[in-house]
Design a protein around this ligand. Structure first.
Ligand code: FPP
Length: 243
């Protein structure tokens, strides 16, 4: 039986998050510049989105650019920003045809204005799409997200909008970039690194973690299916016993 055939279509995670890692190494292994890896990474973004859509995943969050990635050489940052704009331009029709809604999380105001405009455009144009929501984490850092949430909550206490005793995990979740989006059931990280790198630290509290040594540009639909199958074999107890 193929991996796809083994997947129980009634137990597909509603939300899958991915740390797309290994583009640079993939390019270096081929004697190429890092950006060559990022360009090929776009193909894997397409494959993951297709696989997720076909399985019935409702939310796919992709870690495309972290707050720490601003420290990379300017040439690489510029190339990544350009790639993002080019990809949105070339994929717009496909997004609309396949009902893919785009959202972003992160410190979007840090991005170059033309990138912000392009993102606003794709968010607006795909806002009625309802097959799958692809969430791009851009200039995203979990600690920044959490501290910004705390700041806005403190402001709401100061202005009397909420009382300190009302603060609980549910209320706090509503102040995060991911307000209204269910927590991921499955996190995938490629390239053999086994860490979270400041990604969705709050939201991943009960998430199943799946690590693969495959470098992101080699991540195919089959690799996505393997991760979902692995997830389905696990017993999710949320701190309870299996009884
Ligand atoms: C990590 O590989 C990858 C990134 C920092 C960027 C991911 C971007 C894309 C896949 C392309 C654009 C995205 C979209 C959504 C259109 P790395 O550079 O850290 O690789 P390394 O660890 O081998 O150096």
């Amino acid at each position: 039986m193929s991996v796809l055939e083994q997947i129980d279509k009634t137990k597909v995670p509603e939300h899958v998050a991915i740390i797309m890692d290994g583009n640079g190494r993939w390019a270096q292994q081929r004697g190429n510049q890092r950006i060559f890896g990022h360009k090929n990474g776009v193909k894997a973004v397409r494959a993951a989105t297709e696989a997720a859509g076909e399985l019935g995943v409702k939310y796919l969050t992709l870690y495309a650019f972290s707050t720490e990635n601003w420290n990379r050489p300017k040439s690489e940052v510029d190339a990544l920003m350009g790639l993002l704009v080019d990809t949105i331009n070339s994929e717009m029709e496909t997004l609309l045809k396949n009902g893919i809604r785009i959202l972003t999380i992160g410190d979007i105001g840090m991005l170059p204005v033309r990138v912000q405009q392009k993102l606003n455009d794709v968010i607006e144009k795909t806002s009625k799409c309802n097959a799958i929501t692809t969430i791009l984490a851009l200039s995203y850092g979990s600690r920044l997200e959490i501290s910004e949430a705390a700041k806005r909550m403190a402001m709401d206490v100061l202005t009397g909008k909420i009382l300190p005793e009302q603060i609980n995990p549910e209320l706090f979740s509503g102040y995060l970039y991911t307000a209204g989006i269910p927590d991921p059931e499955l996190l995938i990280r490629t390239s053999g690194e086994i860490r979270l790198s400041n990604f969705l630290l709050w939201q991943l509290a009960y998430t199943e973690l799946y690590f693969t040594t495959v470098l992101w540009p080699d991540f195919s639909k089959e690799e996505f299916y393997k991760a979902v199958l692995d997830y389905q074999k696990r017993e999710r107890r949320f701190g309870k016993t299996s009884q």
